[in-house]
Structures are given as C-alpha cells and as structure tokens.
Write a protein that binds this ligand. Structure first.
Ligand SMILES: C[S@@+](CC[C@H](N)C(=O)[O-])C[C@H]1O[C@@H](n2cnc3c(N)ncnc32)[C@H](O)[C@@H]1O
Length: 280
C-alpha cells in the first residue's frame, strides 16, 4: 500500500472506541472556546464542518451562527455520527444544525449547496488522510466566491515537554511514525497554507492556538490525560508496526504522571490554524 493509492480507505488511527470518544469530548471542552473565537463566524452564516467527529464543536458553531444561520457537519464514521445524533436529539440542540454521513474527499452536498457556504472548516482531519489536497479542494468548491476556508491541525514536531523527558520523546516519535506508516501526515500543520494555495484560495491568516499548559493550571491534568489518550489509542498500531514495544509505551505513559507532578512541568504544544479566501 502506498500513500498515493487513492482506492485505499483512510485509516483513522485513534478509532472510535468509547474511551477514545470520551477523550475527544474532554479535548473539545478544553480547546473549543479558543477554537471558536479563532473561527470568526458570525450570526446568520452558513458553515460547513468537515470531519465533524462527535459534533461537539459543530454544535458550538451552530450556537454562534444562531437561528438565521445553518451548520452542516460531515463525518464518515457511523459511531461518531451516532454520538452527534444523540446530542442533536436533545431539547437544547439548535434546529439549524445537520449531520450527514460522507467522505470528505467527495463531500455529500446537494447541487444547490455547492458554492453556498460562507465558511468551510475542518479540525484534526487533514492529519489523518492520504489526500488532504482533495479535501481542501472540495471545501473550496463548497464555499461561495469570497467565502472562507479555515483549516486547523496538528504539527506533531512542535510537541515539547519540559523538564526534558527523553523516553516520552521516543514514544512520541514512534507515534508520529505510525501516522506515516498508514499514509497520514503528522506534520500537516506547517503545510496548511500550501494546501489553501493549491486549492486556488488566497491565504489571509495564520495563527496558533495554545494546546499546552503548565503544572498549576486547572486544565493541566486534562492535557496530560489527552496526551496519554492519543498515544494509547494508537498503541496497537505502534506495536504491530514494531515502532515501540507495548511494554515500553505503557511504562512511559505511566511515568508521564510522575513527570506531570513536577511543579515546573510544561507541555509546549499548539494547534496550527490557516485561513484562506476563495477568490471572488
Ligand atoms: C480527531 S477527529 C476530529 C473531530 C472534530 N473535527 C473535532 O475536532 O473534534 C477526526 C474525525 O475525522 C473523521 N474522518 C477521518 N477521515 C475522514 C474522511 N475521509 N471523511 C470524513 N471524515 C473523516 C474521523 O472519523 C474522525 O471522527
């Protein structure tokens, strides 16, 4: 299998087990307020959220666009959609939100919806796919002329722990190599602007959203648990590919708790965000 084989379905390295869904929901609670502010959506706008996962962020976008707006989440996996549907069924769910099953490389849009969105957004999707350019092109076609594309994703090389924890760095490298083995790109964050340009958009903004923290912050234990969770959910793949033994990974993840108990422990990490505009 090669990364250019377009007939192969992308593998989502973290899977959709209930523990992983809980991790994703907690992570959403940690970062969504910052991500929502950075998205710059306004009341009345039509927003497309691609690779919407549990739909937690999609729903928060819907709260911001309000009843005169509309938000469509597109997600491939039925288990994630079922979670999102459970939320939509709640009486507090906005009526102007919809989820649709589909692949981001061929968005399930009706012909009247093409070129109709004000904003197309994706977060933590492009790092998981073989053909990110195909997805960004679909997103560019979905927005109206002058509409905005906002891409937010990881650049795994930017992860730094201090005080130094070299064994964790080795496990993190093995984790990122697992991405490469399945044809995904752990360094997609730095390439987001290139993806926009290649899709015919004019880049208008780049920024980083803090995905780190230090000991003493209330959110720090949750950031540590998120770090453990992302590696845990990819552990089987890392083991299969012989990138790092399960025994070593387990030990290092356990030791991460001791590392995090140091009064000066810091996770330096960011979400990369790039914005572009479809030309008029
Ligand atoms: C890390 S989750 C992020 C979910 C959400 N965007 C968030 O930030 O909370 C990535 C999601 O992308 C979905 N996904 C991966 N490849 C996809 C594709 N080709 N088309 C649609 N969804 C995809 C996965 O099923 C998963 O739910």
């Amino acid at each position: 299998m090669t990364s250019s084989d377009s007939s192969v379905r992308d593998e989502y390295i973290h899977g959709v087990a209930p523990d992983e869904q809980r991790r994703l929901a907690t992570m959403n609670a940690l970062i969504n307020p910052m991500c929502l502010d950075a998205l710059h959506v306004e009341p009345g706008q039509r927003v497309l959220d691609v690779g919407s996962g549990l739909g937690v962020f999609t729903r928060e976008i819907a709260q911001r666009v309000g009843p005169t707006g509309y938000v469509l989440g597109v997600e491939r996996d039925p288990a994630q959609l079922a979670y999102a549907a459970g939320d939509v069924a709640s009486p507090t769910s906005p009526g102007w939100i919809e989820f649709r099953q589909g692949d981001a490389t061929k968005l399930p849009l009706k012909s009247v919806e093409i070129a109709s969105f004000d904003v197309a957004h994706c977060r933590f999707l492009l790092e998981h796919v073989r053909h990110p350019g195909a997805i960004v092109s679909e997103m560019a076609a979905a927005v109206r002329p002058g509409g905005r594309l906002v891409l937010a994703d990881d650049d795994h090389d930017l992860m730094r722990l201090w005080p130094a924890f070299p064994e964790f760095d080795e496990v993190w490298r093995a984790y990122t190599r697992a991405y490469e083995h399945i044809g995904a790109d752990p360094g997609i964050g730095r390439k987001l602007t290139t993806l926009l340009v290649n899709a015919g958009c004019v880049p208008t903004r780049m920024e980083v959203i803090n995905f780190g923290g230090c000991a003493g912050e209330a959110r720090f234990p949750l950031l540590v648990e998120n770090l453990i969770g992302v590696v845990q959910s990819a552990r089987e793949r890392m083991d299969e590919l012989d990138l790092c033994s399960a025994q070593k990974t387990n030990r290092v993840l356990t030791d991460l708790h001791d590392w995090a108990a140091q009064p000066d422990a810091v996770i330096w990490y960011v979400i990369c965000l790039a914005e572009g505009r479809r030309p008029d």
